[in-house]
Design a protein around this ligand. Structure first.
Ligand SMILES: [Zn+2]
Ligand SMILES: [Zn+2]
Length: 224
C-alpha cells in the first residue's frame, strides 16, 4: 500500500479500517450513537470545488460509509446557484451529512450571526434537511478574538441553531484528530493512524485527492 493523495489510496485506507473492525460515522450520527471504541468520524471541508466533493462522496458511498461535508457558503463557488445546489443535493442523497463551512470575515458580530442564520435556513430549505453542524474555514482563526467571543465551539450553539461545532473538544481532544491541511499529513498518512488508534476524527479536503488537481497544489493554496 503506497501512501499518496489518490482516491485509490483513500478507498484502500477505508477498506483497511473496515477490515480492522472500525465503524465509520458522519459527525451528527456519531453524537447520536456515541460509540465507545473502534470508530472513525469522517469529515470533509469543501473549500474550492463541489465537483471533487461529489467524486469523494461517491467513492465513500461505494464502500458503504457516510461522512460530513462542510460546504462553504461564501467563496469561489456559490452553493445556492442551481447547478451547485444540485451537486450538494446529490452528495446529501448519497446519505452524507451536509454542514456549513463558515468564515468570520470582517462583519460585526450581529451581521455575522444574521448572515450565518440566513445561509443555514436557505441551505435547509433547498436540501429539505436540517443542518446540525458547522466548521470554521482557516483554523488559525480559532484563536481569533472575535471567535472566542462568538465561541460557537463552546457555547452559543443554540443561538446559531446548531447541535455541534466541528472544532468542539469532543472531536478534537477526546479522540485523535488528524487533517490533510495544505496537502500534507503533518503526523503521517491516515492509514498509519488507522493501524494504531481506535478513536479517530479524520478531516480531508476532497480537492487534494484528485490526480488532476494534485499537480496544481501551489496555485490552489494561493486561492485559499
Ligand atoms: Zn497511507
Ligand atoms: Zn476550509
Amino acid at each position: 500500500m503506497e501512501c499518496n493523495f489518490t482516491y485509490r489510496h483513500y478507498k484502500e485506507t477505508i477498506s483497511l479500517g473496515k477490515k480492522l473492525g472500525f465503524s465509520f460515522y458522519c459527525m451528527h450520527d456519531f453524537l447520536k450513537e456515541k460509540p465507545k471504541n473502534k470508530f472513525i468520524v469522517m469529515r470533509h471541508d469543501v473549500d474550492l470545488s463541489l465537483k471533487h466533493a461529489l467524486a469523494m462522496a461517491k467513492a465513500e458511498h461505494s464502500l458503504g460509509i457516510r461522512s460530513t461535508y462542510f460546504i462553504r457558503t461564501k467563496g469561489p463557488f456559490n452553493p445556492f446557484e442551481r447547478k451547485n445546489i444540485g451537486i450538494v443535493r446529490q452528495i446529501s442523497k448519497l446519505g452524507h451529512e451536509i454542514g456549513i463551512h463558515y468564515e468570520l470575515g470582517s462583519a460585526p458580530m450581529n451581521s455575522f450571526k444574521k448572515i450565518f442564520l440566513n445561509n443555514k435556513k436557505k441551505l435547509e430549505r433547498l436540501l429539505g434537511k436540517k443542518i446540525f453542524g458547522a466548521a470554521l474555514h482557516k483554523t488559525k482563526n480559532l484563536h481569533d478574538k472575535k471567535l472566542k467571543k462568538l465561541n460557537i465551539a463552546e457555547g452559543l450553539l443554540n443561538e446559531f441553531g446548531l447541535e455541534y461545532d466541528a472544532y468542539s473538544d469532543i472531536f478534537i481532544k477526546k479522540m485523535r484528530y488528524i487533517s490533510d491541511s495544505a496537502y500534507r499529513w503533518r503526523e503521517g498518512c491516515m492509514c498509519s493512524h488507522i493501524k494504531k488508534e481506535s478513536r479517530l476524527c479524520i478531516l480531508t479536503h476532497p480537492i487534494w485527492w484528485s490526480n488532476k488537481t494534485s499537480s496544481l497544489v501551489s496555485i490552489i493554496e494561493e486561492l485559499l
